[in-house]
Design a protein. Structure first.
Length: 95
């Protein structure tokens, strides 16, 4: 496998991981019955060993152009996670 092929394969793997992640994190947040469990779910996503962190670590294998486009997508998803976490943390669970 050549370097461009490896970079393309890495991009496809990251894209699949992002698609799968995006489809599941909102359900995990919504299913959290307490604020502590919601915090735990957020840590699984954004923490040091979290899903998004693991995806970001894979970005070194991408070409510079792909790194930019995938990075923009990761940042958009991270914004969604932050907004959902903030709104869920502010709901009745925190009461």
């Amino acid at each position: 496998m050549t370097v461009p092929d490896k970079a393309q394969a890495a991009k496809e793997e990251i894209e699949r991981a992002l698609d799968g992640f995006r489809a599941t994190f909102a359900d995990a947040f919504a299913a959290a019955p307490t604020e502590q469990i919601l915090r735990d779910e957020n840590a699984k996503v954004q923490g040091k060993k979290g899903t998004l962190t693991a995806i970001l670590k894979q970005m070194g294998a991408l070409s510079p152009d792909d790194r930019k486009s995938v990075g923009e997508r990761v940042n958009a998803i991270r914004t969604e996670v932050c907004l959902l976490y903030t709104s869920d943390a502010a709901d009745e669970r925190s009461s």
